[in-house]
Design a protein around this ligand. Structure first.
Ligand code: NAD
Ligand code: WQD
Length: 345
């Protein structure tokens, strides 16, 4: 069975492609390499012993996308392709709306006209904003997102609900919390472009001496140690949830609309200092840091109630923070061993 994976050479996409191949799906990747590297494709093959079909083009190119659907019996899609930098989305709003929404619309047009169902969308905990109560479950009301990036995720979700209802198709909206870590083979992982905005790549680059010090954005939050709390979920666990969500859609032969929504997190909040400490213990390396003012737009605490995924998908993230951070550090060292990558940092 052929599954289209857009953005399949990116961070979460590549880990999911590995899990799909290990579960005997035929995988067709479309990725324009705007935020990924071709060597990831070879490394996926090294991990799985299988080579996915790969098309390097921009999903906004409708005519090329139609040819992919002509060439393969596609029965579902996992749509990772999107721009994802929150800060950049404020500076380049039209580029974000164009990339994230036109890509989605183009795939949905093919799904509509070819009568294909089974669509999985990469959404984000950002759709909840600062929720009034913790943990966040899927019925927690969505707030107006702070960023253009967040708006593209809310709009994508809306589009998919309307698509499912109007054409009686099956969709799954997966709301990721904070994905971290790398594959245990240390052949695929996150490739931050330039100076990382996200915590874990900044921590690994600081430990490696590429950055002088980690800036901890604020220690005056109303939390136990004063630093902000997030739900850090191991990327391989996250990847496995996609296979479970896809299988659930595929096994449902109802011809009614299905709109599944799942929070994908650990259910446990960790502070910034918890992450630094866990990293130091897991890897026996120091992370120099300084306390700075709060980062604009940051919220105090976000963590998931992931019970629905556990009950309905039989999925639970069980990898510890330390183990996830161990793989993140191994991946950092692997990247530095690749001359072409270390030059681009
Ligand atoms: P990523 O940037 O590593 O992967 C996205 C991939 O899509 C890249 O390989 C990029 O080259 C490709 N791409 C982007 N636009 C494209 C286009 N128009 N045509 C073809 N390919 C295109 O990002 P990621 O961290 O793997 O995130 C995957 C998805 O999950 C995104 O939709 C992101 O918004 C969402 N998400 C990510 C996080 C996170 O913290 N990483 C959290 C919540 C949600
Ligand atoms: C985590 C914590 C920072 C860097 C973002 C997106 C969200 C989702 C996940 C896609 C915060 C602190 C960070 C640093 C720090 N992505 N921090 N020093 O902001 O929770 O969420 O990624 O959908 O939409 O907004 O993740 O990794 O940037 O920050 O102190 O150098 O680490 O203040 O408390 P965030 P993050």
């Amino acid at each position: 069975m052929a599954i289209l994976v857009t953005g399949g050479l990116g961070y979460i996409g590549s880990h999911t492609v590995v899990e799909l191949l290990n579960n005997n799906f035929d995988v067709i990747i479309v990725d324009d390499l705007s935020n990924s590297e071709k060597f990831i494709l070879n490394n996926i093959e090294e991990i799985t012993g299988k080579k996915p079909t790969f098309y390097p083009f921009d999903l906004k190119r409708k005519e090329l996308l139609a040819q992919v659907f002509d060439a393969h019996p596609i029965e579902g899609c996992i749509n990772f392709a999107a721009f994802k930098a929150v800060g950049e989305s404020q500076l380049k709003p039209i580029d974000y709306y164009e990339n994230n929404l036109f890509s989605l619309i183009n795939i949905l047009q093919e799904f509509k006209s070819r009568n294909i169902s089974n669509f999985i969308f990469s959404s984000s905990c950002t759709v909840y904003g600062q929720a009034d109560t913790m943990p966040i479950n899927e019925d927690t009301p969505l707030k107006a997102p702070e960023s253009v990036y967040g708006k593209t995720k809310q709009m994508g979700e809306e589009m998919l609900r309307d698509f499912a209802k109007a054409y009686r198709r099956k969709v799954s909206l997966l709301r990721y919390f904070n994905p971290i870590g790398a594959h245990p083979s240390i052949k695929i992982g996150e490739l931050p472009a330039g100076i990382p905005n996200n915590l874990v790549p900044y921590v690994t680059q600081t430990a490696a001496g590429i950055r002088e010090k980690l800036s901890i954005w604020g220690n005056d939050y109303p939390t136990e140690d004063g630093t902000a709390i997030r739900d850090y979920v191991y990327v391989v666990d996250l990847a496995k949830a996609h296979v479970a969500a896809l299988e659930k859609l595929l096994n449902n032969d109802s011809d009614e609309a299905i709109i599944d929504i799942y929070n994908l997190g650990t259910g446990k909040g960790s502070s910034v200092l918890d992450v630094v400490n866990a990293f130091e213990i897991a890897n026996n390396v120091k992370v120099p840091y300084q306390i700075c003012d709060r980062r604009e737009g940051d919220i105090t605490v976000v963590y998931a109630n992931a019970d629905r995924a556990e009950n309905e998908l039989k999925w639970k993230s069980e990898t510890s923070l330390q183990e996830a951070l161990r793989t993140a550090w191994e991946w950092q060292k692997y990247l530095e061993s690749r001359i072409e990558y270390s030059k681009s940092i």
